[in-house]
Design a protein around this ligand. Structure first.
Ligand code: NI
Length: 281
């Protein structure tokens, strides 16, 4: 009989953990409210970022390091979304950054190391402008088919290429094709990022369709997938941003989005979206 209060307490604790973290492992496009992250004190034993000099410029202070309790991102009543670009940098990326800056919009760039080597100036502007640096492996590999050593080599080579551009390394990671295993994610410390809105921009290559897709599917908390290697994607994204800013959206980095509710980033989970706490989607 003495055990009963302890059991009830454990159930109570479990409930708190289940409903306190940001959505991180839901089904894409579900506008998720499923909550599975464990509290940081049970999972994060070391800083997510290798050193303070390599900390991101774009993330809120709360998210840097990830080992301490985060503070909610200041929203001023705005709806938040993270716009993300994969497979670059490319010939349109510098223009995209300049146009994002004019609009006060932040983005996250999941770069290929092999492209980062060619666009050092673009990466420097990316850093200076406060966008988040992301890794997408060196050569767009399906990481589920790599050994642990090969996976880490892809990440390290990409970080070296990005570091040549602006002295910092990637603080977010998106696995190519969205393919991952928990085991692979646990080997690294960047914010694992999936998406909740897939524009299919690489397929339709039509700026107006891309714009309409974003406007139709975006929700407060969405992570939007685009590719900055296509001019149509860049134009479609900017056109959508113009409309959505007028509708009360603020575009933030992935790290800023996923700490919005004050929960720490959990590098072993992958984020699809991050809706505001207490909001049913
Ligand atoms: Ni890709």
């Amino acid at each position: 009989m003495k055990k009963k209060p302890v059991s009830l307490f454990l159930i109570f604790l479990s409930c708190i953990f289940l409903f306190s973290a940001c959505s991180s492992k839901s089904v894409p496009d579900a506008g998720s409210t499923s909550l599975v992250s464990l509290p940081a004190e049970l999972t994060a034993t070391q800083p997510r970022h290798p050193s303070s000099t390599e900390a991101p410029t774009s993330a809120t202070q709360a998210s840097v390091g990830g080992e301490t309790q985060s503070s909610p991102t200041e929203t001023n009543g705005k709806k938040l979304a993270a716009i993300t670009f994969d497979d670059g940098p490319g010939p349109y990326t510098k223009y995209l950054i300049e146009e994002l800056n004019k609009r006060g919009a932040k983005a996250t760039f999941f770069m290929l190391g092999q492209n980062a080597e060619k666009y050092g100036d673009t990466i420097q502007l990316m850093c200076e402008s406060g966008h988040q640096l992301g890794s997408h492996t060196y050569s767009h590999k399906d990481i589920t088919k790599l050994s642990d050593e090969q996976f880490l080599d892809e990440l390290n080579r990409t970080d070296e290429a990005i570091k040549k551009g602006c002295g910092q390394i990637a603080t977010a990671f998106r696995p190519p094709y969205g393919n991952y295993t928990k085991e692979k994610l646990s080997l690294q410390k960047k914010t694992p990022t999936h998406w909740s809105v897939d524009t299919m921009d690489w397929k339709n290559k039509n700026a107006d369709k891309i714009k309409q897709h974003i406007i139709t599917h975006i929700k407060d908390g969405s992570i939007i997938l685009l590719h900055d290697i296509y001019e149509s994607s860049v134009q479609g994204a900017l056109a959508a941003i113009d409309v959505l800013i007028g509708e009360g959206f603020q575009f933030v980095t992935v790290d800023e989005l996923v700490v919005r509710n004050g929960d720490p980033i959990t590098p072993h989970e992958i984020y699809f979206s991050c809706v505001p706490k207490n909001k049913d989607e």
